[in-house]
Design a protein around this ligand. Structure first.
Ligand SMILES: [Zn+2]
Length: 530
């Protein structure tokens, strides 16, 4: 009798959810948290700043209020050491030399030194070689470095990948670590990256404005992935013909091929680069914030489902329209707010979860996923006990939630589960239709994946050629990593609430499922699972 009754209740719940998505959330608590975290007084939450410390203290208070247990290495905190790098442009220079003639490059208009991968002051004078997309992908028998003499030279590449390389694979091999590994072995000493004009998130003018914001790396030498890289330069595609002068090729020809993800030619350039890079180095300390909700199953409680989001943003920088605080409301006060809402909801509506849930709020995502990289190398719970990561980063509830993009949708049964939950909520799940943007390696889930842990990251999305598509495009162009990603922008609270409900159900289902999520046999990332 009892069992029968509970079945009816269960079916009734399913019907309600599938007919019209009801959410436990109203969007208001979410927005209140976003407003706190993206307030001007937190000064854009740069890694190592007082503003980020205030934001993290707020997060710890909320996690404590929700009755969660500290799960860092010092209470809720896990301290992480960084080195900050900044280019001193007054003591730096870049010149192209072609047939004995010097062309002095303008940092703001033509090319700048990337402090993300240039970590030591250096003087460099070396010939240039164009290497296409610069990819070496054994799985696809692709070796764009083959047959080229790169010894002592600077490799020039355009961002992107050929169409026959699957998205995840292309994204993986374009990470700086993988890219530099192949180039270093081939003898290169530097890189010039040209953004692909067909897939630039932000225009050059804004990349150029952002160039002098400091970058960081983890201080511990075990994390150094760019040993032997003397110089990294980012080149304005609008000025890139300068590199190709006299080579028998034009950048226009290369860009046209790269736009359609066609194979690219590889050849020595007729130019060399003379560079002086002055790098200012400074130590910085920051923390991840980690809390746990213990599971109830005697065995499964030793396993963890991670719900993660980064809390850092890029701080204070060059003013745009008179505003110099880069508030990072959608990137990613929004994701942190979902994590905190989820903790509060589980307190208000306790669920008997079989597995434990680990709430992880990362620092230094904007510096290259560094908080996640550190946590996954030194997790505060046993590595093997982490069964999944649901990561949230800039999920953009700026339109009604009708389409949900799921990165990793086809890589694991976690992706499948996310898709079916979305579907049952009347939302259309889609894979990433924009592979050129490399999103799968561009947020914190990536280091879980690299440690073999099935992961997904979900975003509010749009149908192709819809009016919403233009809204997203405009958002990236105007607000992404700009001071106008603040709390004065329009957001859709109902969309945020619906998104939260999907996250909640995915979290609960994954915590309660009999088996831990598994990679699909044909997923590239399966290789990292032991
Ligand atoms: Zn960001």
């Amino acid at each position: 009798m009892r069992k029968f009754l509970s079945t009816i209740v269960f079916l009734a719940c399913l019907t309600t959810l599938s007919a019209q998505q009801t959410s436990r959330f109203d969007g208001n608590s979410w927005w209140a948290r976003v407003k706190f975290l993206a307030d001007d007084s937190l000064e854009g939450r740069d890694t190592g700043s007082d503003g980020l410390q205030k934001a993290e203290a707020y997060a710890v208070d909320r996690l404590q209020e929700a009755g969660l247990q500290p799960a860092g290495t010092k209470g809720f905190y896990q301290s992480v050491r960084f080195t900050q790098y900044r280019v001193d442009e007054s003591k730096s220079s870049l010149s192209l030399i072609s047939k004995g003639e010097y062309h002095h490059l303008s940092f703001s208009d033509e090319a700048f030194i990337s402090s993300r991968a240039t970590h030591v002051s250096a003087g460099v004078n070396a010939p240039l070689v164009f290497i296409g997309y610069g990819l070496q992908i054994p799985e696809k028998n692709l070796n764009e470095l083959g047959g080229l003499d790169l010894s002592g030279k600077i490799a020039v590449y355009i961002a992107g990948s050929p169409a026959d390389v699957p998205n995840s694979l292309a994204a993986h091999y374009q990470s700086i670590g993988q890219r530099w590994k192949a180039l270093h072995e081939a003898g290169a000493i530097g890189i010039i990256g040209i953004p692909n004009p067909a897939s630039m998130d932000i225009p050059w003018s804004r990349m150029s404005v952002l160039r002098n914001m400091p970058s960081m790396d983890l201080a511990d030498p075990e994390f150094n992935e760019t040993q032997g890289l003397d110089l990294a330069v980012t080149f304005n595609p609008a000025a890139a013909e300068l590199l190709f002068a006299g080579s028998g090729h034009t950048f226009a020809e290369i860009a046209a091929l790269a736009k359609d993800r066609k194979p690219l030619p590889h050849f020595p350039l007729d130019t060399s680069l003379e560079a002086a890079a002055a790098i200012i180095v400074k130590p910085v300390t920051s923390s991840n914030v980690i809390a746990k909700l213990p599971g109830t199953d005697p065995t499964l409680k030793d396993e963890f489902v991670v719900l993660s989001a980064h809390i850092d943003h890029i701080g204070v920088g060059e003013p745009i329209n008179g505003d110099k605080i880069y508030n990072g409301a959608m990137d990613n006060a929004a994701g942190t707010a979902v994590v905190l809402d989820m903790a509060a909801d589980l307190k208000a509506h306790p669920e008997s979860l079989k597995r434990s849930v680990l709430f992880v709020i990362f620092t230094a995502e904007e510096k290259g996923l560094l908080g996640s990289k550190y946590f996954n190398a030194h997790p505060s719970v046993p590595q093997k006990s982490i069964v999944a990561d649901l990561n949230i980063d800039m999920f953009l509830p700026i339109v009604p939630l009708k389409v949900l993009r799921i990165q990793g949708i086809a890589d694991s049964d976690l992706g499948e589960r996310a898709a079916s939950i979305a579907q049952s909520a009347g939302v259309k799940p889609v894979a990433d239709p924009e592979p050129l943007r490399n999103l799968f390696i561009r947020s914190d889930q990536y280091y879980f994946i690299r440690h073999g842990i099935p992961s997904v990251i979900m975003d509010v999305f749009y149908a192709p050629n819809s009016p919403e598509q233009k809204l997203f495009k405009d958002w990236l162009t105007n607000r992404y990593h700009a001071p106008s990603d603040d709390v004065n922008q329009p957001v859709d609270l109902h969309s945020a609430a619906q998104y939260e409900e999907i996250v909640r159900r995915l979290l609960l289902d994954t915590a309660n499922a009999a088996a831990r999520p598994q990679w699909k046999p044909d997923s590239f990332f399966r290789r990292y699972a032991q």
